[in-house]
Design a protein around this ligand. Structure first.
Ligand code: BT5
Length: 238
C-alpha cells in the first residue's frame, strides 16, 4: 500500500516554525508533504505560546488535505498524539495522551501537537517531540525527553521514520472511520476517570473527566452538571 504521509520530505537545518513553513507551501504541495527542521527559531504552541525547539528534537509538520469540516479538526490532533504514543512504545517508553494535544510520560510532557489550517483547503499537523534535545531550565520540572528517559541518545532519523509510518496508519484509519481515532484516544488518555481542573478562555472548571465524545470534546462532570469542553489546559495536580 502506498503511503500518503511522507511522500515528500523537506529537510531544513533551521526554520522559524515548521508549521509556518508548511502553511506557506501547503497550497502548492501534495497531501502528505512533511517539513522537518533541525531547530526552530520561533517554535510555537497554542495561543501564541512558545515551543522550545533547540537542536536534537523532532520538529515537524505534515500537510494534509482531507475532505473534512471544522468538527473533525480535533481528530487530526489525535492522529498526531496516537502516532507519537505508538512510536514511543517502539522504544520501550510508555506514554499517555493528555487531552487535547499533549503526550506525557511519568507526569512530564514529552510532546506537543498543534494543528492549523484553512478550512476546506488544508490542515497542517505540527508535532514537537523531545528526543535528544536539552530541556530549557524553566521547563525541567514539567518536561522530559526520550534521551532523559532512556539514558542515551536515540537515532533521530529512526524516530522520524517510525513516526511517519504510524501517522500514515492512523491517518488512514481516520479517513475510513473517524470514530476509531476517538476510541483509541480514550484508551490512552490518562485524564479520563480523574478529577481535573481545566483552564480555558473564560476561567476555570473543576470536575471529573468522564468521557471524550464523538467530536473529541472532553466531558466534565462538575458540581453544576455536565460540561462539554472543546479547548483547555488540563491539570491533574491542583
Ligand atoms: C503545544 O502547545 O504543546 C503545541 C506544541 C507544538 C510544537 C510543534 S513543533 C513543530 C510545529 N512547529 C511549531 O511551531 N509548532 C509545532 P501548548 O499546549 O500551548 O503548550 C505550550 C507549553 O508547553 C509552553 O507554554 C511551555 O510551558 C511548554 N513547552 C514549551 N516547549 C516545550 C518543550 N520543548 N517540551 C515540553 N514542553 C514545552
Amino acid at each position: 500500500m502506498e503511503h500518503i504521509i511522507g511522500i515528500r520530505i523537506i529537510n531544513l537545518d533551521e526554520v522559524d516554525s515548521t508549521n509556518e513553513y508548511a502553511k506557506r507551501i501547503a497550497p502548492s504541495s501534495p497531501e502528505g508533504t512533511v517539513v522537518v527542521a533541525g531547530k526552530q527559531t520561533l517554535g510555537k504552541g497554542r495561543r501564541g505560546r512558545k515551543w522550545a525547539s533547540p537542536e536534537g528534537g523532532l520538529w515537524m509538520s505534515v500537510v494534509l488535505k482531507p475532505e473534512v469540516d471544522a468538527a473533525d479538526m480535533p481528530k487530526i490532533v489525535f492522529i498526531g498524539a496516537l502516532a507519537v504514543v505508538d512510536t514511543l512504545q517502539e522504544f520501550g517508553i510508555r506514554a499517555g495522551i493528555k487531552w487535547p494535544n499533549d503526550v506525557w510520560v511519568d507526569g512530564r510532557k514529552i510532546c506537543g501537537i498543534l494543528t492549523e489550517g484553512k478550512l476546506g483547503k488544508f490542515v497542517v499537523l505540527g508535532i514537537g517531540l523531545n528526543v535528544n534535545n536539552e530541556i530549557p531550565e524553566e521547563l525541567k520540572e514539567m518536561a522530559t525527553s526520550m534521551k532523559l528517559i532512556l539514558g542515551r541518545e536515540v537515532d533521530l532519523g529512526r524516530v522520524l521514520k517510525i513516526l511517519l509510518g504510524n501517522l500514515d496508519r492512523w491517518y488512514r484509519s481516520f479517513l475510513k472511520d473517524g470514530s476509531s481515532v476517538i476510541s483509541a484516544v480514550k484508551e490512552r488518555c490518562f485524564v479520563l476517570g480523574r478529577r481535573v481542573r481545566v483552564v480555558e478562555d473564560g476561567g476555570e472548571l473543576i470536575g471529573q473527566a468522564v468521557d471524550i465524545d464523538e467530536s473529541g470534546a472532553l466531558i466534565l462532570e462538575t458540581s453544576k452538571g455536565s460540561v462539554r469542553l472543546f479547548y483547555g489546559d488540563v491539570s491533574l495536580r491542583f
